[in-house]
Design a protein around this ligand. Structure first.
Ligand SMILES: Cc1cc2nc3c(=O)[nH]c(=O)nc-3n(C[C@H](O)[C@H](O)[C@H](O)COP(=O)(O)OP(=O)(O)OC[C@H]3O[C@@H](n4cnc5c(N)ncnc54)[C@H](O)[C@@H]3O)c2cc1C
Length: 527
């Protein structure tokens, strides 16, 4: 018996589903982050009937409480406890309606021109040049109120980093922000209680629903049922939000096209779970994650790094790597102020006992910086499917990457002393402290591999790389999975290489283009 449920004009949650219900739609999108929500918005602009599946919960402002430990549990995938296989890097991504955009910093950069050029010229992708991306960026910047950080967004650490970058003649910029009426509470990473941060949950998702989309929270996509090279149906487990496990209820979605937008850590994993690795050898490969080195520093005055927005000033002087006579010289990362609230700060300050206590007793006076490392193309990582069905994120931290890590730490030490720090602490197991710039030699002892440094990686990409050759890519320039008629991927996992900057706007721009190609496919099915 087919159970058909009447349509709700709000986000569906676990109790709303009838066990065994079946739905039919034109486009089923798996994931509701920047990739999936933007795709839903854009497809509904064209009048396409859409269902969005999101395995996580719907956590609107009314369910937020600004308590870091509660909110990380509610919003972050794996409660933010997952690491790469060598335990060296914390993997940060979303597990909620709106995905990571609900707990991101709202830095909103267009894809740098050098990356757009390289993706076209070196990786051969088509239809994703400035001519296609810029009109999309313009529309998204308008709908997300993206604007350069203004002076009221500058907390003490942002003021210091701006002055220091000017004193050092390191090129910097006001970071573009997706915000409206920001209260500068500093709780961006815990979900915005004021609905000021323009996450997907309060922008593209409500627009898509208004335009007819159905958004299913607590709905994890499982098996893709197909006939030949055509996906026909998605089987869905309804999740128990309290346990974060399947509740036993299931529903099915019959769809003309399916788009996987599960995020950089999950889209390739999802396709591997379907058994696609054999036909798509590049699945999971060419994985990038902008690993981020950090330093903490102690100042004489109060910094209170956890108030106001995280990053108003960014330093792009070293975004691109520089070489001298063929040898790596410096650079390959963006530098930014860091924002850590006391519980995470306590976890990221190395050591135990008295030394740790000394630092944490001075928590209001601690500031610091972070770097987003632009992944090196021949030292990329890989997402793998383990024999027990779990995901493994492997990242090699090769020799070239280690040089960049070291340089990023050196530059952060210079920057923090220029900012007026009295003491600088490298975020890593060894707890290496520098009392002045003259102690730079100490960085020679930093363990740059396997759990030596405390690294975070909130910007995953690759794993379903775009390209025309199915041996070294997973989707073609139309976002269509090689060998399939109606299966698409729309998120950062299609990036041919790391975007080198915070990727949310690039992901959304790509989703605009994916929407055009999906509409073409739907038109083809009708014709
Ligand atoms: C703390 C933090 C700060 C950040 N700050 C910035 C910033 O300032 N600027 C910026 O540009 N970027 C930032 N990022 C990165 C940015 O937020 C992400 O790159 C972007 O939001 C990713 O969007 P996405 O749609 O690809 O993936 P996600 O946001 O991860 O969304 C994918 C969704 O798919 C769901 N899903 C996965 N598998 C399934 C399944 N089988 N069935 C149903 N649903 C599924 C997940 O639950 C998730 O909600 C930050 C990230 C973090 C963690």
């Amino acid at each position: 018996m087919t159970i058909i449920q009447s349509k709700l004009e709000r986000i569906y949650e676990s109790d709303d589903y009838l066990d065994g219900a079946s739905y039919t739609t034109q486009a089923c999108i798996i994931g509701s982050g920047c990739g999936g929500a933007t795709l839903a918005k854009r497809l509904t602009d064209f009048g396409v009937d859409v269902i969005v599946l999101e395995q996580g919960s719907y956590v609107p402002a009314a369910k937020m409480d600004q308590r870091e430990i509660n909110m990380v549990g509610k919003l972050y995938a794996d409660r933010a406890f997952a690491t790469a296989s060598d335990s060296s890097t914390t993997l940060l991504h979303g597990n909620n309606v709106g995905g990571a955009s609900v707990h991101y910093w709202a830095d909103s950069y267009r894809t740098p021109q050098d990356k757009i050029d390289s993706w076209q010229q070196e990786y051969g992708i088509k239809g994703h040049g400035s001519a296609e991306l810029n009109p999309a960026f313009e529309k998204i910047e308008k709908s997300l109120n993206i604007h350069e950080a203004t002076d009221p967004y500058f907390n003490v650490i942002n003021q210091k980093i701006r002055s220091a970058s000017k004193a050092l003649s390191w090129h910097g910029h006001r970071v573009p922000q997706a915000r409206k009426h920001c209260t500068t509470s500093g709780h961006c990473m815990h979900g915005c209680l004021y609905d000021a941060k323009q996450s997907q949950m309060i922008t593209h998702i409500p627009t898509a629903i208004k335009q007819g989309a159905q958004v299913f929270a607590n709905a994890r996509a499982g098996k893709l049922v197909h006939q030949g090279s055509r996906v026909k149906q998605v089987r869905v487990d309804i999740m128990d939000p309290a346990l974060n496990k399947p509740s036993g209820k299931t529903i099915t979605i019959n769809a003309d096209v399916v788009a996987v937008a599960s995020g950089g850590y999950s889209s390739s994993y999802y396709l591997m779970q379907q058994g696609f690795k054999k036909q798509l050898p590049a699945l999971g490969k060419y994985f990038s994650m902008n690993p981020s080195t950090m330093v903490h520093s102690l100042f004489d005055e109060d910094i209170i790094q956890w108030r106001n927005i995280p990053a108003a000033w960014g330093i792009d002087e070293y975004r691109q790597r520089r070489y001298q006579q063929g040898q790596y010289k410096e650079g390959g990362y963006l530098l930014m102020p860091n924002q850590l609230h006391p519980p995470t700060l306590a976890g990221m300050i190395p050591g135990f006992g008295e030394k740790h206590q000394d630092w944490m007793m001075n928590a209001p006076k601690i500031g610091g910086t972070i770097s987003w490392i632009d992944d090196i193309e021949d030292e990329l990582g890989e997402i793998r499917l383990k024999s027990n069905g779990a995901r493994e994120v492997h990242y090699p931290y090769g020799e070239k990457t280690q040089k960049v890590l070291k340089d990023s730490l050196e530059k952060q030490v210079v920057l923090n002393f220029e900012m007026g720090a009295k003491k600088v602490l490298i975020a890593g197991v060894q707890g290496i402290e520098l009392n002045s710039i003259n102690e730079m030699k100490k960085l020679d002892d930093v363990m740059l591999t396997s759990a030596g440094l405390f690294l975070a990686s909130p910007h995953p990409g690759g794993g379903c790389r775009m390209g025309e050759d199915p041996k070294i890519s997973v989707v073609n320039s139309e976002h269509k999975v090689h060998g399939w008629d109606n299966l698409f991927v729309a998120d950062s996992s299609v990036f041919p290489s790391s975007s080198s900057l915070d990727p949310s706007l690039s992901i959304m721009g790509f989703s605009y283009i994916a929407a055009d190609r999906i509409v073409d496919t739907l038109d083809g099915l009708i014709a």
